[in-house]
Ligand binder design. Structure first.
Ligand code: MN
Length: 490
């Protein structure tokens, strides 16, 4: 009699579960006849990647699976109460369910068993449940208690943490790279592409992700496409270091494109720009994983653990690094129009906020020949000498002005330039369209200068140029613009 009554109660308790589902459409189980009672009640924690990632805790109790949806996973530390939304009872068959719930169905998404086992029931009251789990991952005493409306419960770990855990870092200032030339030898260094974007540290805990920039500002809401990364990490705790990059149609990082995202905080604008100017979070370091701080670990070990996470998605990726071949990689990066490379000592610890020389950035410097079309007298000590040379290149038979260069000369260079330019002096500007700067002295466009430059603007103007010498092996007439892929010095 008592048994029959319990059975009917069980059926009534599953009404909501059955009402929400179309069993022709979903692979989720229907209630069947009750199995023989196991010696200890069972529990399951299912990782449910639905509209939001969450973890469903189900406890076998009185013929059904009492259920809670936990947005941030089962807590590991007693200091933290986590939200647990009390949901409808599920049939006991659900304790073993894994699968895909089709789109359009209730709870659409994928359901995976994250942990299962038995538990001991220490207290079961209307508004408070105390259990002791014996699972693979979840072990120890937990309390679930009501903390608001019928659905609003909290879950609390009552035992001390199962294992010693390093505190989760709340804010980490990113380690910085020192601007440098290539080191003499590249042994012991990892070489990565230098990404031209915005540096960001991602703090990932189950079901949540926070992005912070170099000055520790939180920018999560500005880059919603990156948030889905937390689904790939599931129940893991991780702190990642990387760069937010907007790739242009040419596949190159474009800082100009990123500008469209950096200052946007309005949700509707962010949604639109997310489609028109998507960003990718390029991940290159791992600072914390599952209770262990990796800051003191060598770079090589951190990268190994990072690669083990296999982070690769629509809006995030983990590009590799090279051992050795620094010179070739720098050259290749220049050819592809990338900003440069970053070298990181394989044995170096992560030094938050520091520029200690364990990371070096080597930027591509362009070299280009220009035709000298004049000069400007110097000031101060160089008053009677050349201050800067006026440069141009030929396009469609005309000499186009490209700007002036006033650094990089040795005393001997200045003497030689003066001697070589004097006989070429002429009154009119040789430059088409523009006359050149004030107080310019002009020359027949015959001498060719080699110039090192950080940037050639879209308009073909030299930025941060430095004189490297005269080229004697080329007639001025053939000097046109070799446009290196665009780069910017920041
Ligand atoms: Mn669920």
């Amino acid at each position: 009699m008592a048994r029959r009554k319990r059975k009917e109660e069980g059926a009534a308790r599953l009404e909501e579960y059955e009402r929400k589902r179309d069993f022709e459409a979903t692979p989720e189980p229907r209630r069947r006849r009750r199995r023989a009672k196991a010696s200890a009640p069972r529990f399951v924690v299912q990782e449910h990647s639905a509209r939001r990632l969450h973890w469903d805790l189900r406890l076998e109790h009185e013929g059904v699976a009492a259920s809670w949806a936990i947005p941030n996973g089962i807590p590991t530390d007693p200091s933290e109460n986590r939200k647990a939304v009390h949901t409808e009872d599920h049939p006991l068959e659900y304790l073993e369910f894994e699968g895909e719930i089709p789109a359009g169905q209730y709870g659409a998404g994928s359901m995976r068993i994250w942990d299962s086992g038995t538990y001991e029931c220490l207290k079961w009251e209307e508004e408070k449940v105390v259990v002791s789990f014996a699972g693979e991952r979840v072990r120890g005493r937990y309390a679930l208690f009501r903390a608001g409306s019928e659905k609003d419960w909290l879950i609390h770990r009552m035992d001390p943490p199962a294992e010693q855990r390093d505190p989760f870092p709340e804010a980490v200032a990113p380690m910085l790279a020192r601007l440098s030339e290539l080191p003499a030898g590249d042994e012991g260094w990892a070489i990565e592409v230098k990404w031209d974007g915005v540096r960001a540290i991602a703090h990932c805990r189950p079901g949540r992700l926070e992005l912070r920039t170099r000055n520790l500002n939180e920018v999560t809401r500005q880059y919603p496409e990156v948030r889905r990364l937390s689904r790939q990490l599931g129940a893991r705790d991780a702190v990642l270091d990387g760069e937010l990059v907007a790739f242009g149609p040419d596949g190159l990082p474009s800082f100009e494109r990123l500008q469209q995202r950096i200052h946007q905080t309005s949700e509707s604008v962010v949604r639109r720009r997310m489609k028109s100017h998507p960003v990718t979070y390029v991940v290159f370091d791992l600072l914390y994983l599952d209770g262990t701080s990796l800051i003191a670990e060598p770079y090589a070990r951190r990268r190994e653990l990072l690669d083990g996470l296999g982070l690769d998605g629509a809006s995030w990726q983990t590009p590799g690094y090279s051992l050795g071949h620094a010179r070739e990689l720098l050259a290749a990066s220049a050819e592809q129009g990338l900003e440069g490379v970053v070298l990181k000592r394989l044995d170096s610890a992560y030094a938050p906020g520091k520029r200690n020389g364990s990371w070096l950035k080597v930027k591509n410097v362009g070299r280009q020949e220009f035709v000298i079309g004049g000069w400007q007298p110097g000031e101060g000590r160089r008053r009677n000498r050349i201050g800067s040379i006026l440069l141009g290149y030929f396009e469609d038979g005309e000499l186009r002005y490209a700007g002036k260069v006033g650094t990089g000369f040795s005393e001997a260079d200045l003497d030689e330039l003066a001697a070589r330019l004097a006989p070429l002096e002429r009154a009119a500007s040789p430059f088409a369209g523009r006359r050149g700067p004030r107080q310019a002295r002009f020359a027949e466009p015959e001498l060719v200068a080699e110039v090192e430059l950080r940037e050639l603007t879209k308009e073909g103007q030299i930025r941060h140029g430095s004189f490297k010498g005269l080229r004697e092996d080329k007639p001025a007439k053939v000097v046109g613009l070799e446009r290196p892929a665009q780069r910017r010095d920041r």
